[in-house]
Ligand binder design. Structure first.
Ligand SMILES: Nc1ncnc2c1ncn2[C@@H]1O[C@H](COP(=O)(O)OP(=O)(O)OP(=O)(O)O)[C@@H](O)[C@H]1O
Ligand SMILES: [Mg+2]
Length: 209
């Protein structure tokens, strides 16, 4: 298994969300207190898709685990609206108050599919919630954006990632001071994929010694 997948976030507490207001808001979605359609936007690698998945999983619980899925905008077809409805019906049968589906990179949906998504959200919004992600907010029309509660996951800093990085190293049985870790993160530009690569290097270097 790839290092990044091995340490992909499993629960809300594993997410790196630096801004306290954003953390609180997204936690309310995970806890089912908020159920508007949600659009998580921001630069690449800030953990948007991971956050969307974790929120969806937290919302649905184990009973619904087989009926939730993350669609990719680039591969989305008209048949996926049917699949989404089937999932939603099962989620409701399994006791969900509001069903939920993730669509990643929603800006990559073709223009006709976007129009269809808008009507789907309007017509079925009372039974289910879409959690969408994008790293290209401006590619989405204002009318599309208006249907969502928009939440930004901006570029990450080393300090914001420090605790998560230490927890991953701990899981790998490695102890390192924050100062030494900072040195390894010298070239870090705020993408979680890079955090995984840096940590994997540390693990491999340590096992060589
Ligand atoms: N809190 C985290 N801890 C560890 N790894 C994480 C965390 N969040 C995300 N990752 C990993 O970092 C990588 C990038 O995360 P993700 O795909 O969620 O970013 P994204 O913002 O959706 O990127 P893009 O805009 O390119 O779609 C993935 O491999 C993911 O598993
Ligand atoms: Mg993504």
């Amino acid at each position: 298994m790839k290092f990044a997948d091995k340490h992909a976030p499993r629960s809300f507490d594993d997410l790196v969300i630096e801004n306290e207001d954003i953390r609180r808001r997204l936690k309310q979605y995970a806890d089912g207190i908020r159920s508007k359609h949600l659009l998580i936007y921001g630069p690449t690698g800030t953990g948007k898709s991971a956050a969307a998945r974790v929120i969806m999983e937290a919302r649905c619980g184990l009973e619904c685990a087989e009926f939730i899925q993350s669609f990719e905008g680039s591969q989305f077809t008209v048949a996926d609206f049917e699949r989404m409805m089937t999932d939603w019906n099962w989620q409701l049968i399994k006791g969900a108050k509001i069903a939920v589906t993730v669509i990643n990179e929603v800006d990559l949906l073709s223009a006709p599919l976007r129009e269809k998504l808008k009507s789907f959200m309007d017509e079925k919004g009372h039974i289910g919630q879409i959690i969408a992600t994008t790293n290209n907010l401006h590619a989405l029309s204002v009318t599309m954006q208006r249907r969502f509660d928009k939440v930004e996951l901006p570029t990450l800093t080393f300090d914001g990632c420090l605790e998560r990085a230490q927890r991953i190293l701990e899981a790998e049985g490695i102890e390192m001071s924050d100062g030494d870790l900072r040195y390894h993160f010298e070239d870090f530009e705020g993408e979680l994929d890079d955090m995984a690569s840096i940590l994997e290097d540390i693990v491999l270097e340590t096992s060589d010694q």
